[in-house]
Design a protein around this ligand. Structure first.
Ligand code: NAI
Length: 466
């Protein structure tokens, strides 16, 4: 194994594992080590049990693990770093929970700093390594890393070149995104070490058809925050039109078509929804807003806060609309279709549906949750994040992928996630199993054929943005 270029990912979550698996599958001569402090997670990778659902992952995993045999998963982090020429830090960087300043907004760098400390302790001037920040981090983090390294090492620059390489994968299409990235952004120092690091990293991508954007480190760090802010802004913008469409008889899908066919705008990522969710958008905008505020750029901070404000408003508006339709919550069963934060993933982190389930249970409704892939554990974690104690109240049932259990005697279907199967499923059949007297239909993703559903005997069919 000596002499083979070796990379390791610190963090075996979505980003660390998926980027590593794709690198190992595409570059047979590379050695790839994925490490994590979470023993259960490492066990599940080693037992070939995927810790989450991601389309097309199995094929790439099989190539890496069984054909190339160039990847390993381990909890031995120092050993992994020791053996590596390049280290990707892929740990979680959630919003701060505990300190008063920056609460819920500033990125919590605890895990990131811990990883850096471990890496610092392995510094060796005889083996110069590339240290890559792949986690999404506040702009300026390269200086933070340098400080941490300096506390442990006399000459950190002899041991490590610090590089920023943000990850742009989207869950649900992660494998395609990683195989055919729109771009690979590499932020390095402008000195000789930086240039060398850029060339080495480019070498890792020889089998990928992509273009490289080589910039200074701060641009790369900030570019990722801005990218997510811009993507989220598109969703808030289209969402801000949904109620107006409902009021004046326009259709929000038509608006997406009209605006999205302008090449300057582009058609993707313009669907109305109950909100954007997922572990990234909200926290990354919070982080951006926090950075702007701390630098006294209040107007700019307010501008981006509005993206979050609209996101929250849409959820509240739609929840209230549903609640108003029912006089006796305690006698009412509501079925939520989809708890993953979007289609084609089992990820429920920051799912907008957690807000709905919580709000409905609080009002006394009995809630059932259906999802083709999300699991009950993820559901519980999200509900607890909403301040909900699972032990206290039992006024819900998590039905997994069991349609019959989810809709039996129910008074409403609420589509919360845009899974394809919620477009094609047999709603005539569902209606027959639902409450005989009163059943309503709320499509919060604007995906159904309203004409067709209208004929099935629902008292009301609501489609977001018409
Ligand atoms: P995750 O929570 O799935 O995985 C992070 C992993 O890091 C966890 O398994 C955790 O146990 C591990 N970890 C924490 N501290 C560690 C340490 N000191 N040593 C070793 N392992 C440690 O998080 P995810 O979703 O992979 O995100 C990671 C980063 O990538 C975040 O900064 C996120 O913002 C960013 N990102 C996430 C994307 C996504 O779609 N999930 C897309 C692009 C960027």
């Amino acid at each position: 194994e000596e002499g083979r270029f070796t990379v390791c990912s610190v963090g075996a979550g979505y980003v660390g594992s998926l980027t590593s698996i794709i690198l190992a599958a595409q570059q047979p001569n590379l050695r790839v080590i994925v490490c994590d402090v979470n023993q259960n997670l490492i066990n599940s990778w080693n037992d070939q049990r995927y810790p989450f659902y991601e389309p097309d992952l199995d094929k790439q995993f099989d190539i890496a693990v069984n054909k190339n045999k160039n990847i390993k998963f381990t909890t031995k982090i120092t050993e992994a770093i020791q053996e590596s020429d390049a280290i990707f830090i892929c740990v979680n960087t959630p919003p701060k929970k505990e300190s008063r300043e920056g609460l819920g907004r500033e990125s919590d760098m605890t895990y990131f700093d811990m990883a850096c400390q471990t890496i610092a302790s392995m510094g060796d001037p005889k083996k110069h390594r590339i240290l890559i920040e792949k986690s999404t981090v506040p702009v300026g983090t390269h200086k933070r890393i340098h400080n941490i390294l300096s506390q442990n090492l006399a000459n950190p620059d002899d041991c490590y070149t610090i590089v920023s390489m943000p990850e742009f994968l989207a869950e649900g299409v992660a494998i395609q995104n990683l195989l055919f990235p729109d771009r690979v952004v590499i932020g390095t120092p402008t000195d000789k070490n930086g240039m060398e690091a850029f060339e080495v990293i480019k070498g890792l991508y020889t089998n990928f058809d992509t273009n490289f954007i080589h910039v200074r480190t701060a641009s790369s760090e900030l570019g990722k925050l801005f990218a997510n802010a811009m993507l989220a802004q598109r969703i808030s913008s289209i969402n801000s039109m949904s109620q107006l469409c409902e009021t004046v008889g326009a259709s929000v899908q038509d608006l997406s078509k009209i605006v999205g066919s302008d090449k300057r705008v582009g058609p993707l990522f313009l669907n109305a929804s109950p909100a954007f969710g997922g572990s990234c958008f909200e926290k990354d905008i919070q982080s951006l807003v926090y950075i702007l505020e701390s630098l006294g750029q209040t107007q700019q901070a307010m501008y981006w806060s509005q993206v979050l404000y609209m996101n929250q408003f849409q959820k509240t508006r739609l929840l209230n609309m549903i609640v108003q339709e029912f006089q006796n919550p305690t006698d009412t069963i509501l079925t939520i279709f989809g708890f993953a934060f979007k289609k084609n993933t089992s990820d429920t982190r920051m799912s907008p549906m957690a807000f709905f389930v919580y709000g409905l249970i609080e009002k006394g409704f009995h809630v059932r949750i259906h999802d083709p892939q999300a699991n009950e554990r993820g559901f519980q974690i999200e509900m607890e994040m909403q301040g909900f104690s699972i032990a206290e109240k039992l006024n819900f049932e998590f039905c997994g992928s069991d349609y019959s259990k989810a809709v039996k005697d129910s008074n409403a279907i609420i589509i919360g996630t845009d899974w394809d199967e919620y477009i094609t499923t047999n709603y005539r059949n569902m209606r027959d199993q639902m409450n005989n007297d009163k059943a309503l239909f709320f499509d919060l993703r604007s995906i159904i054929d309203q004409q067709a559903i209208n004929f099935l005997g629902f008292e009301k069919v609501f489609k977001l943005g018409n």
